[in-house]
Structure formats: structure tokens, C-alpha cells
Design a protein around this ligand. Structure first.
Ligand SMILES: [Zn+2]
Length: 504
């Protein structure tokens, strides 16, 4: 019997608003698509939470033995500064401001994004397609929607006809929005608007003279609308109907609603069985946003170099902090919460080290039946909590109980106390703790960043190196730097001649 048969997963489907039992389209396989970043600036911590959520989802499916094809795109064209089909292309605007080729902008921020993902131990997806590599497919589906009478061309641009679609389908099925209200609400169509209804959205936009990113199409030179890329890339790599589509809560409307309309309209099939949405990160109760000045870049978080931070926090502390709440709840970011997370994470992390290396005095001849039962229940609970809508918060609570047991053993074992349980139970307990920490939650052992003894010792070496440089003994100064690097400690030269270090 496969692990996934023993631990069926239930998840909250945004389509129904209910918790549902997960049934894959093909037994043993999961196809998942997640909307990736628009690569025109540095990712902030709020974006990171979304990708962490789906990292956990894909890790847990894999842990249970599913083969997962995880597709997460890179939006490198078509996402306009105003989400309602107006304004400039975000990448194009940045390219103009920084006097770069659009693809230079894309490369710079894609690399930044990958670096941040690695930092937080967020595993790469199986496929990471980009919108500009799928222009042909986007033109093809747009042509198809026109042929089906679900889209219309005006002056070199093509729009999706929401009203027409809604005659035979339900626009608003995911977000609960009402199309009549959407058509009536807000500003009236101004005279320059080419759309038949305000609720219609662009599949293809005509490129103005100054627009840098452009491709030829049957409607003249232009570029794709934002929503269509996700429909094209998800169905290309996962099929016309696939298991899971994820993204941040803010993408539910209009982006995901439009994706459903495009795919259902073009293929005549419901594209996605389960929609998952992760909630946002708030700072002291306010939404994290660049314009409010309360968004953090990961580098600022690590260094503590931000007006809202008392000090720096490590990537694993932050990962742990985010996993302390369920992905569907808002998560509030504050110094107090991070400090508490730092301490709590160190407890789990040191227990991980202990169980990996120090505990070996299992006495299989005398069994403490109650303890045996208790430990097995804790192991079962890890699976139960994760299978219940990927509840990392509850899973961490169980891991804390397990860490208390590990600490009891650690202190007992120094006084030659034996662990009176069967090898089988001990091994199960040990494996469950390690694998849930490392494989499921992706929490790695971390060096204690605030280790005073280590700080002191490195300071001595830094002073020696400074002295060597003053004495022009560059061979010695280089040797100190290189030997420290070999030991996993990187020295950094500061602006004012000061030196700092970082553990690799
Ligand atoms: Zn998307």
C-alpha cells in the first residue's frame, strides 16, 4: 500500500469554498500550476510566502509518493502597470527607466528571484516556462477564441467577450463576483476604451510606437495580455484539465477568473479541479506593500537593515515563522513574532541535531508500553496534520512535543539512562522527526548566528588579518581568508575598512 493511500489529503478548494478529499486525475500523479513572479523588480517577503506555500504542497505530495509535475511560470511580458488592461507593460517600463533591454531586466530579476528561493530552501519547480517563449501558442488560442465567437478584434487589439461567454458558462464561478454588478459598477467606459464591456479583458494588445516589446500577429504588431499566458502554459504542460492551480489570494480576481473563462471557452473543459490560494503577509496589521514602505526585501531581513526591524533574522527562522500559520490565514510580521520564532526554531533545530547524532542507547529488552504508544501517536499525528489541508502550524506543534521527548532523552542519556522502547518505534520516531523537519517542512539545520564564542574567535582572526595587511604580509592575510572560507566562513570587506563574516 502506497503512503498516499494511507494518508488521504483533504484541501480547501477555492472553487467550492470547502475542504475536499483530493483525488488525482491519474493515480499516483499530481499536476500543479502556480502563477510565478513578474520579473521587473526584487521579490519581497510577501511574494515569498506564496511560493513557500506551494513548496510545502509539492513537497508533501512527493513525500507521500506521488510523482509531481510542478509548473511555475515567469511573467516576462504583458503584465500591465494597471491590472485592468491599461498602463504600460511592467517590464517595458522598467527597461525604459533603467535604460536596459527588456531581457536584461528579465534576466536580472529572474536571477534575484531564484537566489531568494534558494535562500529560503524553496525547491525549484519541474518546469519554469516563460511567457515570451510561448507567444505563438498565445496567438493560436486567441485566434481560436475569435473563431468560437468568444473574442473580438478592435483596432489591432483582441478582447475576450465576457458577456457572450457568460451566456453558456458562469463568469465569476471562482471569485463569486456577479457579472451584472461588474458590468454596471465602476467608471463608465470612456470614449477611448475599445472594449464592448468594462468587464472584457485583453488577450492581445496593439503595441504603440514607443512600446519596446512587440511581436507580429494576425492583428498587427503587439503583445499578449497577462491572463492568457497562464492558460497557455498550464494546459500545454499539464493538459486541458489538471489537478491543482495555486497562487496568491490577490490573483483570484480577475486573473484566475479570466484563466478559467479562457480555458473553458477554448477547450470546452473545466481546466482545474482544485484551486488553492495562499493568504497575504501583513506588517503590524497592515498589508505588506511597496507603496506603504513596509515591504521587506529578503536581504534587509537578514541584515536587519530596515527601519521596522530591531535586528536581522536568518532565512530558516523566517521560513519557520511563516510555517507557524496556516497558508489560508493572514500572517502578521512583527519584531516580537520573529524573536519568538527565532527561539522556537532553535529548539526544534537543536533537537534535530541531537536525534541525528547523539541518541543511540536504545534498550530493546525492556519496553515502556505507554511511551511506545505515545510516540507512535505523535508520528501518526504528523501525517494527520499535514494531510489536513497542509496544516504546517499543527504539524509544528506536534514536532515541538517530539522535541521535548528528544531533550528528555538527551539529558537522561548523559546519566546512562536507556531508552526503553523497541528499535522499531525508536527508528520510526527518529525518521518521522527528521523527515518532517527536513523533507516536508524544508527546515535545515542552521548554525547559530548569535554564537558569541564563534564571534569572538573570528574577531581574533579578523584582527590578525588586519595586522597582516598593515605589515604587507599578504600571503598570511590571504591564507586566513582562504582557510576560513574552506571552513565555511566568508569574510566580507566593508566600506570603512571594517570586516564582517557570514556563515555559508
Ligand atoms: Zn497566472
Amino acid at each position: 500500500m502506497k503512503l498516499y493511500d494511507q494518508h488521504p489529503i483533504s484541501l480547501t478548494n477555492s472553487l467550492s469554498g470547502k475542504k475536499e478529499l483530493f483525488k488525482p486525475i491519474t493515480e499516483g500523479y499530481v499536476g500543479m500550476y502556480v502563477c510565478g513572479p513578474t520579473v521587473y523588480n526584487n521579490v519581497h517577503l510577501g511574494n515569498t510566502r506564496t511560493f513557500l506555500t506551494f513548496d510545502i504542497v509539492s513537497r508533501y505530495f512527493r513525500f507521500l509518493g506521488y510523482k509531481v509535475r510542478y509548473v511555475r511560470n515567469i511573467t516576462d511580458v504583458g503584465h500591465l502597470t494597471d491590472d485592468a488592461d491599461a498602463g504600460e507593460d511592467k517590464i517595458g517600463k522598467k527597461a525604459r527607466l533603467e535604460q536596459l533591454e527588456p531581457m536584461e531586466v528579465v534576466k536580472r530579476y529572474t536571477e534575484d528571484f531564484h537566489g531568494v528561493m534558494r535562500l529560503f530552501n524553496i525547491l525549484p519547480p519541474s518546469i519554469e516556462p516563460s511567457a515570451t517563449a510561448h507567444i505563438i501558442e498565445q496567438i493560436e488560442i486567441t485566434k481560436k477564441l475569435i473563431d468560437l465567437g468568444l473574442a473580438y478584434e478592435v483596432n489591432g487589439s483582441v478582447y475576450f467577450d465576457v458577456k457572450k461567454y457568460n451566456q453558456s458558462h458562469h463568469y465569476g464561478i471562482l471569485s463569486g463576483r456577479n457579472i451584472e454588478e461588474l458590468m454596471e459598477s465602476g467608471r463608465d467606459l470612456d470614449s477611448q476604451d475599445e472594449k464592448r464591456e468594462k468587464v472584457d479583458f485583453a488577450l492581445w494588445k496593439k503595441a504603440a510606437e514607443e512600446h519596446i516589446m512587440r511581436w507580429p500577429s494576425p492583428w498587427g504588431n503587439g503583445f499578449p495580455g497577462w491572463h492568457i499566458e497562464c492558460t497557455v502554459m498550464s494546459t500545454k504542460y499539464l493538459g486541458e484539465t489538471f489537478d491543482i492551480h495555486g497562487g496568491g489570494m490577490d490573483l483570484k480576481f480577475p486573473h484566475h477568473e479570466c484563466e478559467i473563462a479562457q480555458a473553458t471557452g477554448a477547450n470546452g473543459k473545466v481546466p482545474v479541479n482544485y484551486w488553492l490560494h495562499s493568504n497575504m503577509l501583513t506588517v503590524n496589521g497592515q498589508k505588506m506593500s511597496k507603496s506603504l514602505g513596509n515591504s521587506f526585501l529578503p536581504a534587509e531581513l537578514l541584515s536587519g537593515n530596515h527601519p521596522l526591524l530591531d535586528k536581522g533574522y536568518s532565512a530558516m527562522t523566517t521560513r519557520f515563522f511563516m510555517l507557524q500559520s496556516h497558508y489560508s490565514s493572514t500572517l502578521d510580521f512583527s519584531n516580537e513574532a520573529l524573536q519568538a520564532a527565532e527561539k522556537a526554531y532553535q529548539r526544534l533545530s537543536s533537537a534535530l541535531k541531537v536525534i541525528k547524532t547523539e541518541l543511540n542507547k536504545v534498550n530493546d529488552s525492556v519496553h515502556d508500553e505507554n511511551l511506545e504508544k505515545h510516540l507512535n501517536t505523535l508520528c501518526d499525528q504528523c501525517y494527520k496534520c499535514m494531510s489536513d489541508d497542509f496544516n504546517t502550524a499543527k504539524t509544528l506543534a506536534v514536532l515541538f512535543e517530539m522535541s521535548s521527548q528528544i531533550n528528555l532523552w538527551k539529558h537522561g542519556s548523559t546519566a546512562s539512562t536507556l531508552i526503553n522502547i523497541s528499535h522499531e518505534t525508536f527508528n520510526r520516531f527518529k525518521e518521522t522527526y527528521i523527515r518532517f523537519m527536513e523533507d516536508v517542512l524544508g527546515l535545515k539545520e542552521e548554525q547559530n548566528q548569535n554564537n558569541n564564542a564563534l564571534d569572538g574567535a573570528i574577531k581574533v582572526l579578523i584582527d590578525l588579518r588586519k595586522k597582516a595587511r598593515t605589515d604587507r604580509n599578504y600571503a598570511l592575510s590571504d591564507k586566513i581568508r582562504d582557510d576560513l572560507k574552506a571552513a565555511g566562513i566568508q569574510l566580507k570587506d566593508g566600506k570603512d575598512g571594517e570586516m564582517s563574516y557570514e556563515l555559508e
